[in-house]
Design a protein around this ligand. Structure first.
Ligand code: MG
Length: 245
């Protein structure tokens, strides 16, 4: 078996020995498998054909309240709005590496300032928050403003639209990896587009989101539910879909 292995490697080795100029046949660098699956893009921000739709404007059947009760958030004309004081909601299904599309807007009636204005958030695996906040003419600490990996990374730019205007996040999340002993092998990572503008380019997450103190990792499962935060403000959502990676 070993001899066969070396015979297979030999032609490649000869080519690299004499440099790329020796490769005359374009077929040598063509890779034909595996064949990428066909996915049909959605019109505008509609979900692509292989997306799992988490909220389509009708109901919250795929969600549960943080208190393990039915979510009490309001749905009106296809729009989901936080019901302050009822707690966050999370998906019934668990996710690891994923691509998430979510559209959100902060209340037309501007109330509060800093972290108290239009605050919500998306908690990947229930632990790592991408901040939602009204930062249109509203200053707060940079690593806590809209689009931040909360208290971990400030967004590259402030792409916030005005209150009551729909904006989107398109987020690529790579889950952290732990070995069987719970030792961290690889940190989580985020790439985020805010209404089409890159605000995080594959940044390394320092650990679980915490309001106070430095972030660190606690070992957890490969897949966990995705959460939306009730921070006491009337933030609205629509068109939420996810693609597992
Ligand atoms: Mg928040």
């Amino acid at each position: 078996m070993k001899i066969i292995k070396y015979l297979l490697i030999l032609p490649v080795f000869c080519v690299s020995l004499f440099g790329q100029a020796e490769i005359k046949d374009p077929l040598f660098t063509e890779v034909w498998g595996p064949v990428p699956a066909v996915v049909t893009p959605g019109e505008g921000s509609n979900p692509p054909s292989d997306a799992f739709v988490l909220f389509d404007g009708k109901d919250l059947s795929l969600w549960i309240g943080d208190n393990d009760k039915e979510p009490a958030w309001d749905i009106n004309n296809g729009v989901l709005t936080v019901k302050p004081g009822t707690g966050g909601i999370r998906t019934r299904q668990a996710f690891g590496d994923c691509q998430l599309h979510i559209e959100w807007k902060t209340p037309a009636k501007v109330k509060g300032e800093g972290q108290g204005r239009g605050n919500s958030g998306i908690f990947f695996m229930g632990q790592y928050e991408i901040q939602i906040l009204d930062n249109y003419n509203n200053r707060t600490y940079s690593n806590g403003q809209a689009g931040s990996v909360y208290k971990d990374h400030a967004p590259l730019v402030n792409a916030c639209k005005a209150p009551d205007e729909w904006q989107s996040y398109d987020i690529v999340f790579t889950a952290p990896k732990f070995d069987e002993d719970g030792t961290l092998l690889k940190e989580a990572r985020f790439t985020v587009f805010h209404s089409g503008i890159l605000i995080h380019n594959n940044v390394k997450v320092m650990g679980m989101t915490a309001f106070i103190g430095l972030h660190s990792y606690t070992p957890h499962l490969d897949r966990l539910p995705l959460g939306l935060q009730d921070h006491g403000n009337l933030v609205s959502f629509r068109n939420i879909w996810i693609r597992e990676l």
